[in-house]
Write a protein that binds this ligand. Structure first.
Ligand code: COI
Length: 360
């Protein structure tokens, strides 16, 4: 049976002035709306207690399983306000499917897609004033689920908590859409075959943080990981997928191999390629091939993509040997055009020919 998310209104919502001040400078992930969606699952009774409740702390027993064994998954997607004030989600069915796949990998219960989407719609409807008007800001939605049984044995939790929080979002990188620099990590890997790389679980991100810190020490905004076996194939960045554009018209991204996250934006870009006369290619890419391509000019543009990053141009790749600027180091023409196209669809300025948008 589909879950109902009844609203228990926050008795102390932020004032209009406070909300407007936040929406004027949202940043990324710094502020949260007045409500959140929650539901709990137990092995004996299944899903229950679904509701929209005031945003606030979650009380936790110190023995709660997630705090010890990291049995946790999450998603990220955005709500966009169109010019006629209607509010839309971008491909929430894809996030629902990936959430279920991540749950399976982390031995958590699978939330039915209609309940996943229902929770997002209920929260966005309740907190609709938090969806920015005009411009290119949005409301970032963060569904997550964690093992909430208080128990120290190592086995799948018999209790899980599902939650969705919402955060007004501007650009993910403080530089906006200016090209970012990427550090190629040779010390650390993100995910190995048979591991959790294809799942969106907190542990993957925890494992990437030291490499991300190493990137920052080298003046880079993101880290690029190679594969865990041969350390020579391109996988993905700390929190986003990667694409290259070649002068012979290919739009190439590393193929899904079980250790790469199947990004929703990554998939949309493969579909959009044809509109730009590009051939979408998913294949293994050797780091050496990328560096040679950048040096010779046959790789003309490189960009990162993800819900948070949208499409962010990569200005240079830095390795222990030195800096490798991509083209002029500025945002590439095609990267900029694909980004504009994607945003036009998301904000309702272009026809949604692929049926990606879902009205709240
Ligand atoms: C997203 O793009 O939604 C992510 O989950 C990535 C994270 C770095 C914010």
């Amino acid at each position: 049976m589909t879950m109902l998310f009844d609203v228990h209104p926050n008795p102390h919502p932020r004032s209009d002035a406070e909300r407007e001040a936040i929406l004027a400078r949202p940043g990324f992930g710094d502020h949260f709306t007045d409500h959140m969606a929650t539901a709990t699952w137990t092995a004996s009774d299944g899903w229950q207690d679904s509701a929209i409740v005031p945003y606030g702390p979650l009380a936790m027993d110190p023995a709660t399983a997630v705090l010890h064994y990291a049995q946790e998954i999450f998603e990220g997607l955005k709500a966009y306000r169109h010019a006629n004030d209607s509010i839309w989600l971008f491909r929430p069915d894809r996030n629902a499917a990936r959430f279920a796949a991540s749950a399976h990998r982390l031995a958590l219960p699978e939330l039915p897609a209609e309940d996943f989407v229902g929770s997002l719609e209920a929260l966005v409807t309740t907190d609709q004033k938090w969806v920015a008007k005009g411009g290119e800001d949005s409301l970032y939605l963060r569904p997550f689920m964690f093992a909430s049984e208080a128990f120290l044995g190592v086995r799948p939790s018999r209790r899980a908590t599902y939650c969705v929080i919402a955060s007004p979002a501007g650009p993910y990188f403080s530089s906006g859409v200016k090209p970012v620099n990427i550090w190629l990590s040779t010390t650390y890997v993100r995910a190995a075959p048979g591991g959790t790389g294809a799942a969106k679980c907190g542990g993957n991100y925890a494992a990437s943080l030291i490499a991300q810190a190493e990137a920052a020490e080298h003046g880079c905004e993101q880290v690029l990981f190679a594969d865990a076996v041969e350390h020579k194939w391109l996988e993905e960045l700390g929190g986003m997928n990667v694409y290259l554009i070649t002068t012979d018209g290919e739009l190439i991204t590393p193929e899904l191999n079980g250790s790469i996250l199947e990004g929703v934006t990554r998939d949309a870009i493969l579909t959009l390629a044809a509109e730009f006369g590009l051939t979408p290619v998913e294949r293994r890419i050797e780091i050496a091939e990328l560096l040679e391509g950048i040096a010779s000019g046959s790789v003309s543009e490189v960009f990162a993509c993800g819900t948070a990053a949208v499409i962010t141009p990569i200005g240079s790749l830095k390795t222990a040997e030195g800096q490798h600027p991509v083209g002029s180091g500025e945002a590439g023409e095609t990267t900029t055009a694909i980004r504009a196209r994607l945003l036009d669809v998301q904000y309702g300025r272009a026809e949604d020919v692929h049926g990606w948008m879902s009205k709240v």
